[in-house]
Design a binder for this molecule. Structure first.
Ligand code: FEO
Length: 169
């Protein structure tokens, strides 16, 4: 099913957003490692790899539907953060923005009766529910641990246990 021009553009924009997510999370991973949070740093590295995989899902989909890949520009992410909590709060904010973009993409697909996009977009809707829930839980844990260095250390170890990209969704 040949993709319509409007959908091709929208999918390319989402592809760029997913690559931008990988870029942001890689910057966060760098800061976390440098600040002595190896567990959280590894977690963010896995998250970045997962975002790259998300972008490639759109990449493959556009090509499978006879479209052309056209990547957009990606702005440089911040290199410094206030705290580990600040990092994860920003990650949560970022995921919420991605969820909103997926929702818009879904609405556009409906507007264009582009039913071939539905299974892919359904997958992303579920993925975003999971991602927001995971990051939101980490933010809650970090808020509680803020004044307890020992708890923060344990939390960092726990985050480091994320075995491979995609392990937490
Ligand atoms: Fe691909 Fe975390 O949104």
């Amino acid at each position: 099913m040949q993709i319509e021009a409007a959908m091709e553009t929208a999918f390319n924009e989402q592809m760029t957003r997913e690559f931008a997510s990988a870029y942001v999370y890689t910057a966060m991973a760098g800061w976390l490692h440098a600040e002595g949070f190896p567990g959280a740093g590894s977690w963010m590295e896995a998250q970045a790899a997962e975002e790259h995989a998300h972008a490639m899902r759109f990449f493959r989909f556009v090509l499978d539907r006879g479209g052309r890949v056209a990547l957009g520009q990606i702005a440089a992410p911040p290199a410094t953060y206030e705290s580990i909590l600040d990092v994860f709060e920003r990650a949560l904010e970022h995921e919420r923005a991605i969820s909103a973009a997926i929702k818009e993409l879904y609405a556009l697909a409906m507007e264009h009766s582009d039913y071939a996009s539905v299974p892919l977009l359904d997958w992303f809707v579920n993925e975003q529910v999971e991602e927001e829930a995971t990051v939101s839980q980490i933010v809650d844990d970090l808020r509680r641990a803020a004044t307890h260095p020992q708890t923060l250390l344990l939390l960092d170890r726990e985050l480091g246990a994320r075995s491979s990209p995609g392990a937490t969704g």
